[in-house]
Write a protein that binds this ligand. Structure first.
Ligand code: GTP
Ligand code: SPV
Ligand code: MN
Length: 590
């Protein structure tokens, strides 16, 4: 059968057509109520697909163990299905709509037999926001429904909005048979549609998140003159009580949630971070000529390992109730546990993420390295009073950053918007467990959007350059790296709460203060420009953290040049020129 095209179909007609093809036993339209949530939980508990956590210490919280082959995003199975291959560009997997119809659509036939079809109307953004986007996700996974209820504004309010506007992005999701050979995440940006089959994992299955709010939204944003980015949003309050907003793009599992929830150490009295969002930012030019950012999500789908009272106390407080934990370990007291949660030895009697007894000698991690928590944003102690402001917040600084053991200093500032776009376009990072495949391999991940840009990345660079021309008062652009290592292989920088020191320098730079040296890569703080008081850092460590080595940067620029040249004629000339200029500054002559 020809695929169902939702264009012009009411939600009811589209759902009926999908049901006629996928043949669910039941259809349930989600209203988003507590009673509905409770019923789904009760059903999953009775089927043993969910485990209730200790109701005293983790009320209304549950553990979900996924299929062990389905624990992270699968970038090689994620496609952009535009009519023209060129529109997907060289960094995306492309599948023609005709091939999608022939190869993937048949996998949906009868895929919901014996299952319930859940119809999940949802909003990204608050109903009051002019930026709000509506979607309807059809899914046969009750776990997806529970997560969508936390991550989006889901249910009756969304349906009301859709009935009024008659506008929604349709997403069809099925677990299928969970076989990676029959797993596909397909995006049709020309129709604002998603098909996802064969995975129940977060970014593959919660279609409002990466699929709608980044891949489809970035396409829309290019057409409409705004930005959809893989960015946290935070407000930095200074001792005068003024709050300055920043957005930061770091690749998956590279520190967005942690920075967005940062708790400043005592020595930094008077500075305070407010959380606006931890993963996605939609940014538009405001009437005042500044760039305004809003968080379209309603919850956090955060990395569990490494989260502790020391590293991220705000996250620890956020996840003490109404939270779904995925693929973490379980203590005998029915509490969640993961590597890095506690300083002491792991508690005895742990059950690992497979559901098997675990001991420290087993050689395996008790929690999966990409285990996650799903928690409502409103529960975060540092949640900003502005987080649901329909207009968003005005952004003064944009930070790019990645995991780089070498080369990139702790922080530097670009010399212009165009240079900042070059810095973002050539940023690189070591791969993490958030996607399947090798971990720790350095790859270019422009603007942390390599897996999430829904169109030709060369056009995306052009769009960023164009935005700079159109923003009368653009944010300053910085690059940060918390992950530089010393000769002993250990991180040089303490990170986490101490990152406030870097945020303070950025704030001072935005205010036209802040001591800096102009180097070949941009402005780097002088050793006295950063407040390092009270930190146990040797002079050598500080030097190593701030070092800009022309030889290393020559190699870097040559590699960036090779990366950029892969885009061929589509690459904006400005980026080619920026790369050549950096090469020259490293002493390169050709
Ligand atoms: P996604 O949700 O995948 O987009 O990731 P994210 O960017 O929000 O990453 P997150 O903040 O969850 O951090 C991922 C991992 O990096 C966790 O294990 C953290 O403990 C660790 N991490 C975060 N910030 C720092 C830091 O400043 N220093 C060090 N060494 N590790 C950090
Ligand atoms: C990421 O991988 O960047 C995440 C988790 O934020 S997921 O929702 O799976 O994309
Ligand atoms: Mn992310």
């Amino acid at each position: 059968m020809e695929p169902i095209r939702s264009a012009g179909l009411t939600p009811q007609a589209w759902v009926e057509a999908c049901a006629a093809y996928t043949h669910p036993d039941h259809i349930h339209w989600c209203d988003g109520s507590q009673a509905e949530f409770d019923a789904l939980v009760a059903q999953m508990l009775s089927e043993n697909t969910l485990t209730q956590l200790n109701p005293e210490t983790y009320p209304n919280s549950y553990l979900y163990r996924s299929n062990p082959t389905d624990v992270a995003r699968t970038e090689h199975l994620t496609f952009i299905c535009t009519k023209e291959r060129r529109d997907a560009g060289i960094t995306n997997n492309w599948m023609s709509p005709a091939e999608a119809s022939a190869k993937v659509w048949p996998l949906f036939e009868d895929c919901m037999r014996g299952r319930t079809m859940y119809v999940v109307p949802y909003l990204m953004g608050t109903p009051a926001s002019p930026f709000v986007k509506a979607g309807i996700e059809i899914t046969d996974s009750p776990y997806v429904v529970l997560n969508m209820r936390t991550m989006t504004r889901m249910g009756d309010a969304a349906m009301e909005h859709i009935n009024q506007t008659q506008n929604y992005a349709p997403g069809l999701h099925s677990l299928g048979d969970l076989d990676p050979k029959r797993r596909f995440i397909l995006h049709f940006p020309e129709e604002q549609t998603v098909w996802s089959i064969g995975s129940g994992y977060g970014g593959n299955a919660l279609l409002g998140k990466k699929c709608l709010s980044l891949r489809l939204a970035s396409w829309m944003a290019r057409d409409e003159g705004w930005l959809a980015e893989h960015m946290l949003i935070l407000g930095l309050e200074d001792p005068t009580g003024t709050v300055t907003y920043m957005a930061a793009a770091f690749p998956s599992a590279c520190g967005k949630t942690n920075l967005a929830m940062l708790v400043a150490p005592l020595e930094q009295a008077g500075y305070r971070v407010w959380t606006v969002g931890d993963d996605i930012a939609w940014m538009r030019i405001g009437a005042d000529g500044r760039l305004w950012a809003m968080n379209p999500e309603a919850g956090f789908f955060g990395v569990a390992p490494g989260t502790s009272e020391e590293t991220n106390p705000n996250a620890m407080a956020t996840i003490r109730r109404n939270t779904i934990f995925t693929n973490v370990a379980l203590t005998p007291d029915k509490e969640p546990w993961w590597e890095g949660m506690t300083e002491n030895a792991p508690p005895a009697g742990l059950i690992d993420w497979h559901g098997e007894p675990w001991s420290p000698g087993s050689g395996e991690k008790a929690a999966h390295p990409n285990s996650r928590f799903t928690a409502p944003a409103r529960q975060c102690p540092s949640i900003s009073p502005e987080w649901e402001n329909p207009q968003g917040v005005p952004i003064s600084a944009i930070l790019f950053g990645g995991r780089r053991a070498r080369v990139a200093p702790l922080v530097y500032q670009s010399t212009s918007w165009e240079h900042g776009v070059y810095v973002g376009a050539t940023m690189a990072s070591e791969t993490t467990a958030a996607a399947t495949g090798a971990v720790g391999v350095v790859r270019r991940d422009p603007m942390a959007m390599l897996p999430f840009c829904g169109y030709n990345m060369a056009d995306y660079f052009a769009h960023w350059l164009d935005m700079g021309k159109r923003i009368p008062n653009p944010p300053a652009i910085f690059h940060v790296n918390w992950f530089r290592k010393g000769a002993d292989g250990k991180f040089l920088w303490p990170g986490f709460g101490q990152n406030i020191r870097v945020l303070r320098w950025i704030l001072e730079r935005v205010q036209g203060r802040g001591e800096a040296d102009e180097t070949i890569i941009g402005y780097v703080p002088t050793a006295s420009g950063l407040d390092l008081n009270g930190l146990d850092l040797s002079r050598d460590a500080v030097k190593a953290l701030l070092r800009v080595d022309p030889n290393e940067w020559r190699t870097e620029a040559l590699d960036s040049g090779r990366f950029l040249s892969e885009f061929g004629d589509a690459l904006p000339g400005a980026l080619r020129r920026q790369n050549a200029a950096l090469l020259r500054r490293t002493g390169w002559t050709d």
